[in-house]
Design a protein around this ligand. Structure first.
Ligand code: ARG
Length: 466
């Protein structure tokens, strides 16, 4: 079983790892997806080594050609990944060494600790850009849905009880605000990722005369003016997992938003509401009940959000008790990050698809929003304009609602005489309050659901998402 170690780190070992230990400690099964970033990092690192004279230009070119060939093989699925080589870094380095003798110099002034930190920062920049683009596409689907149903009114809800009338687009724009914050958050995470770890070594840098800024520039770790950004403390650099947590945090919060949107859609698509009809292409049926059309895409969006929160929790717990600096525990940081990325990407696409195929059931929206009780607050405002204090007005309208309930009629079916028994400030014009269009038109402050404001928001989102 145990044979002398041939591992890259095997010099001081008399026996290699047990088979079970290899299985237990390998990460190549999941970290091989970092290969493009690992190769990018190795190319920049060897370019820097040549720049400072630690390797020759010829050696650099041989390393670059070898790495390029390996990347082609990996992308074509022709590369043989070996579990016994532990991780993506050693698999690529060993394969390179077999082809290019100069590869024995590639790991000069580098450790897997600053190497993995670099790979992951490159990954985060890519992942954040990918998610931001996908969220944007979902936002565009949302805007198109709002535009196609511009004139539709629905009740807005608090406590899941009918509250006040709003344009459907005002509700959809609330979702847009949530999604747009998510998109911005991924931008922030990408900005935090934009610092180059290479040169931190295992923990304490290197005695060799390297040029960290050169590597940072080559990898695009630069500020808006093109100046290189390198991390400022070698120990923090190899120990820090904040970005993992921030990224998973951004995914988890995106998940919370997806879940709330999904919940609205699940309610709206139920027979009880039926404000919307979800696309058949994103629903499934029941194996038993032939009439069923279940809102599975929305339920899964809601369900996946639990998973995204779990990943965040895993990372927080993983990092919390670790002494500085690197500990092998940290290898467990990648599966939750990759899962959060993959699931968030899928969720964004599924949300876009669901929204794109959704139809609004206008009659049902109109029937629901016709409920005159939605304008009870407007009736209190009416009394305020007649000089009644708001608290008294609120009380009086409450009594009007009670009276309507007692008489078994809608509040706007009460007579002027009825309402005047409640408060003398009610005049003949009280009934005009129940004109929905008029009620909406009065809500014209910024952020309110009046038609002028909604038009403004249409223009704003059109510009933001163009
Ligand atoms: N596979 C390792 C990880 O993902 C790379 C860093 C290994 N460093 C070490 N000192 N063993 O964390």
């Amino acid at each position: 079983m145990a044979k002398p170690s041939h591992a890259t780190w095997g010099g001081r070992f008399t026996a290699g790892p047990a088979e079970l230990m290899l299985q237990f400690s390998e990460s190549v099964s999941f970290d091989r997806r970092l290969a493009p970033f690992d190769i990018m990092g190795s190319k920049a690192h060897s370019a820097m080594l040549a720049h400072v004279g630690l390797i020759t230009a010829k050696e650099r070119d041989a390393i670059h050609a070898g790495l390029d060939a390996i990347l082609v093989e990996i992308e074509a699925g022709r590369f043989t990944w070996e579990t016994k080589l532990e991780d993506v870094h050693m698999n690529i380095e060993q394969a390179l060494t077999k082809r290019v003798p100069a590869a024995a110099k590639l790991h000069t002034a580098r450790s897997r600790n600053d190497q993995i930190a670099t790979d992951m920062r490159l990954f985060f920049k890519h992942a954040c850009a990918t998610l931001a683009a996908k969220i944007r596409a979902a936002e565009q689907a949302l805007l198109a849905l709002a535009a196609a149903n511009r004139d539709v009114l629905i009740p807005g809800y608090t406590h899941l009880q009918r509250a006040q009338p709003v344009f459907l687009s005002h509700h959809l724009f609330a979702w847009l605000e949530m999604l747009d914050r998510d998109r911005a958050r991924f931008g922030d995470v990408a900005a935090h990722a934009n610092w180059c770890p290479l040169g931190s070594g295992a923990i304490a840098g290197t005695t060799l005369p390297i040029d960290r800024e050169f590597t940072a520039k080559a990898l695009g770790f630069v500020d808006a003016r093109g100046r290189p950004q390198v991390t400022q403390n070698s120990m923090d650099t190899v120990a820090d997992r904040d970005l993992f947590i921030e990224f998973a945090g951004a995914c988890a919060l995106f998940g919370v938003h997806l879940s709330r949107i999904a919940e609205d859609l699940i309610l709206w698509s139920s027979t009880e509401f039926k404000f919307v009809e979800l696309p058949d292409t994103f629903c499934t049926g029941s194996s038993l009940m032939p009439q069923k059309k279940n809102p599975d895409s929305c339920e899964l969006l809601r369900g996946k959000s639990a998973r995204l929160q779990g990943n965040l929790h895993t990372l927080l717990t993983l990092a919390k008790g670790l002494p500085l600096t690197y500990n092998r525990d940290l290898q467990e940081d990648k599966p939750p990050v990759f899962d959060s990325f993959d699931q968030s990407a899928l969720c964004a696409d599924v949300l876009a698809g669901t929204l794109a195929g959704l139809t609004v059931v206008r009659e049902r929206c109109a029937a629901a929003v016709r409920d005159p009780a939605l304008l009870a607050t407007d009736l209190a405002d009416y009394l305020v304009l007649k000089g009644v204090a708001f608290r008294d007005a609120h009380h009086a309208v409450g009594a009007v609602v009670r009276l309507a309930e007692k008489n078994n009629v809608e509040i706007n079916q009460l007579s002027i005489e009825d309402v005047r028994t409640v408060h003398v400030a009610f005049g003949q014009d009280w009934i005009e309050v129940f004109d929905l269009q008029r009620a909406l038109a009065k809500r014209e402050g910024t952020g309110m659901p009046g038609p002028k404001q909604v038009a403004r928001q249409f223009a704003r989102w059109k510009k933001l998402l163009a």
